[in-house]
Design a protein around this ligand. Structure first.
Ligand code: NI
Length: 184
């Protein structure tokens, strides 16, 4: 005889804002001690939302919270290694650049090559308020820079030519209209 084990529900998923939502263009404020509860509740929901999407990074403004916080997990070799970054700051960047194709959960289906520093040094606070530091390269370096940009209202399309950006934004608007029509 076996008892059915009830499936444990994961954290509630959050709706992801899509361009041109104005909140994606705001500069986020630093997380302070008074935000501790909000940030603690937000982190698991942001991670669950990111994994479900699926994506490798998600910044708080993408779920409508204008706070300097993001989650990242590049899931190398399919292993989950979540980073929760509160008040992250880039402290050094390499002269070497690298170009990678980027996408964004707030611009679904749109991709472009973006050139950024190949390596970055970063510091942030974890959920316990402890200082953390990391020297990142490769995909992780790109992903971290992309997520930190979000905290200043900057999107990956701001790093490409105006011509490419406008093409991509027009295509996004068209895709979203189509999606809306299909949902009706
Ligand atoms: Ni993004």
């Amino acid at each position: 005889m076996s008892e059915a084990t009830p499936e444990r529900p994961g954290p509630d998923l959050l709706p992801i804002l899509i361009v041109p939502d104005a909140r994606l263009r705001q500069k986020c404020r630093a997380v302070g001690p008074a935000d501790a509860d909000v940030v603690r509740a937000l982190a698991p929901r942001m991670l669950a939302t990111m994994y479900k999407a699926p994506g490798i990074g998600l910044a708080a403004p993408q779920v409508g919270q204008l706070l300097r916080m993001c989650v990242v997990d590049i899931q190398k070799d399919d292993v989950r290694e979540p980073l929760i970054l509160v008040n992250p700051e880039i402290t050094a960047v390499s002269k070497d650049l690298s170009t990678r194709e980027e996408g964004c959960l707030s611009l679904p289906g749109q991709y472009a090559d973006v050139t950024r520093p190949a390596e970055v040094k970063l510091r942030w606070l974890d959920l316990d308020g402890s200082k953390q530091e990391l020297h990142a390269d490769g995909l992780l370096a790109t992903c971290l820079q992309h997520e930190l940009d979000h905290l200043d209202g900057v999107l990956f399309v701001d790093h490409i030519s105006a011509l490419k950006r406008n093409m991509l934004l027009r295509k996004l608007a068209k895709d979203m209209k189509l999606r809306q029509r299909e949902a009706m």
